[in-house]
Design a protein around this ligand. Structure first.
Ligand code: HEM
Length: 210
């Protein structure tokens, strides 16, 4: 089984939980291990650009937002701005991943109400993209693969007072791996910010039985 590289702590949820907590100036220390984990280095301070709103009217995409039929995706630019905002505020975001047999359950939150509401907006927008199969960030092979199988992804989310809880599952074992790999990459985005967004991420191997 693929191991998830992240800071691992055990939360009182009764199941393996990968969790990251980023407090300003605080290094994460791996605690109780549920799976093999690589240590996560404290990221360099991310450049803090001016907050950019995700609201409607923020313009058209610029070339990477081609949807299923190649048409420009008007929501693309707003989504990109949200990614960047979240990446730039990673130190204010906490995230716990519970690995389920058929997917993941995640809780992603912030004590900063503005960051919390942007997390909620991002997940709402991404859930619509998964449901409607409107890909984004296909330059990254993992994201391309997630969207190629979006019809097999079940994504439920509910807002918490400080962010969002997401349950993402699939009946297809390969898609389960994609969901879990994607959840790991979201954690990397939180840790490393924009520099991680520029990277491509590996597509997991298909389960042997397939
Ligand atoms: C710090 C930055 C980010 C945060 C906090 C964040 C947070 C989240 C959360 C909570 C989910 C729900 C699924 C899960 O919890 O695993 C999600 C889904 C998603 N995010 Fe992000 N995200 C970030 C950056 C990005 C970036 C940079 C991209 C693409 C360029 C992206 C694309 C997506 C997509 C496509 C989904 C839906 C697909 C899926 O969940 O499998 N996110 N994100």
């Amino acid at each position: 089984m693929r191991t998830l590289s992240a800071v691992v702590v055990t939360l009182a949820l009764g199941a393996p939980v990968l969790s990251q907590t980023h407090q300003p100036g605080q290094l994460e220390a791996p605690q109780a291990q549920q799976t093999a984990a690589s240590s996560v280095q404290a990221p360099p301070a991310q450049p803090q650009g001016p907050p950019q709103g995700p609201g409607p009217g923020s313009g058209m995409g610029h070339g990477m937002g081609h949807g299923k039929g190649g048409a420009m995706d008007a929501q693309h630019q707003a989504d990109m701005e949200l990614f960047h905002y979240l990446g730039d505020h990673g130190r204010e975001i906490t995230r716990a991943i519970k690995v389920l047999p058929d997917g993941v359950e995640t809780v992603t939150e912030s004590d900063n109400p503005e960051v919390a509401s942007r997390i909620q907006a991002h997940v709402l927008s991404m859930a619509a993209r998964v449901k409607e199969q409107r890909p984004i960030h296909r330059r990254d092979p993992l994201f391309a693969e997630v969207f190629a199988h979006a019809d097999k992804i079940e994504m439920r989310h509910e807002n918490t007072p400080k962010g969002v809880k997401v349950v993402e599952t699939s009946g297809d074992p390969y898609v389960v791996r994609l969901i879990q790999a994607h959840a790991e990459v979201v954690s990397l985005f939180i840790t490393h910010g924009r520099q991680e967004m520029m990277k491509n991420h590996e597509v997991p191997a298909r389960p042997a039985a397939q």
